[in-house]
Design a protein around this ligand. Structure first.
Ligand SMILES: C[S@@+](CC[C@H](N)C(=O)[O-])C[C@H]1O[C@@H](n2cnc3c(N)ncnc32)[C@H](O)[C@@H]1O
Length: 340
């Protein structure tokens, strides 16, 4: 039957499915369509879908078979008392699936890996995600199903990024944030992407074409090497200058910029204070920090006073990007400097 459909890139499929389920917009009686690199989700008639989730069109859908699994957990055949301890969500990065497990279920990780490999179409490798660590925020992963290297290519916002899940930071959960920040860039802006990782902010900004220059800085040489490989595949790649350096070193000799992005959430305000003097008149800095939920309401005031030494900066917005832990969120803080 022909129905309204939400079209998204396959790598964003799981995050999109969860968003649609949360907003009661996904039809659960029809099968999701697999169209090569894209998925088509059947939408509940009349449901509104935020435009950033993807393109809405129409598609033919087949009724879901009564015995078809709707979650990877259904493939395990575990009793409900055990299944309910498993997370529902997982991440898809290129052809790699990552999942976090509670400590009590780690001994059964290979069964979980195999269920995920069968459940997510196109999966080559499944990893147990033990989180990111150290100053370079490298991820500790263990293979629990499938084969091959942790290097892959991940699509987001219509771009394809070179990723090495073990050796350089990347999270598929920031795709919306990368697009949102890129959309704010104005014609002629000089942009600094500080702590750029494999460069999703920079590459998206360069593709959009409004920035006069984009300098992407990261201390991890593996991250900047991956960024160079991504840039080499695009005609607009020359608009980004990757720099392998610590922010502290870069700031010492850098001139002003109109748009700064700083994504080093665990250092929070410390690095924001360091780079704030580089914000040009009329320019802005967006930086990320992990904020305990009970401090969120006061955060704008706290940030403004912490950055007061730079003079002329005011907080434009403080917004939650996504939950970080049961009691804290990843938060984006935008500060602006008054124009001359
Ligand atoms: C959370 S990741 C940000 C990745 C990227 N902005 C993104 O959106 O995917 C933080 C990055 O900061 C880099 N980093 C950590 N400390 C740094 C420093 N002092 N100077 C420059 N880069 C640093 C790490 O290597 C890592 O790639």
């Amino acid at each position: 039957m022909r129905e309204r459909a939400l079209l998204v890139e396959r790598q964003r499929g799981e995050a999109t499915r969860q968003a649609l389920v949360r907003s009661h917009a996904l039809r659960t009686d029809l099968a999701i369509r697999h169209e090569g690199e894209r998925l088509a989700f059947p939408l509940v008639p009349g449901a509104t879908v935020p435009p950033e989730l993807g393109e809405v069109d129409e598609r033919e859908f087949e009724p879901l078979r009564a015995d078809a699994p709707t979650e990877f957990r259904d493939l395990l055949g575990w009793p409900a008392s055990e299944t309910q301890l498993l997370p529902r969500s997982f991440d898809v990065v290129g052809d790699v699936v990552l999942i976090r497990l509670p400590a009590g279920l780690e001994s059964r990780r290979f069964e979980v890996g195999e269920a995920l490999r069968r459940f997510v179409p196109g999966t080559r490798l499944v990893g147990l995600d033990r989180g990111v660590h150290g100053p370079e925020r490298r991820r500790t992963v263990e293979r629990i199903a499938g084969e091959g290297a942790w290097t892959t290519r991940h699509r987001e916002n219509g771009l394809e990024f070179e990723v090495d899940l073990e050796r350089a930071y990347f999270s598929p959960r920031l795709a919306g944030e990368h697009a949102r920040v890129a959309a704010e860039v104005q014609a002629g802006d000089r942009v600094y992407d500080l702590c750029c990782g494999v460069g999703p902010f920079s590459v998206t900004i360069a593709r959009d074409g409004r920035a006069a220059s984009v300098v992407a800085v990261d201390a991890n040489p593996v991250a900047t090497a991956l960024l160079r490989r991504t840039l080499a595949r695009y005609p607009f790649g020359g608009r980004v200058t990757p720099v392998t350096a610590r922010v502290e070193e870069f700031v010492a000799s850098a001139g002003p910029a109109d748009r700064l992005v700083l994504n080093l959430p665990h250092e929070g305000i410390k690095y924001a204070a360091l780079v704030a003097p580089l914000v040009a008149p009329g320019g802005s800095l967006t930086y990320y920090e992990v904020v305990p939920r009970d401090e969120f309401a006061r955060r704008g005031t706290v940030v403004e006073s912490a950055l007061s030494a730079s003079g002329g900066l005011s907080v434009r917005s403080v917004r939650v990007v996504h939950p970080y832990s049961p009691s804290s969120d990843l938060v984006a803080v935008s500060v602006t400097r008054a124009g001359t």
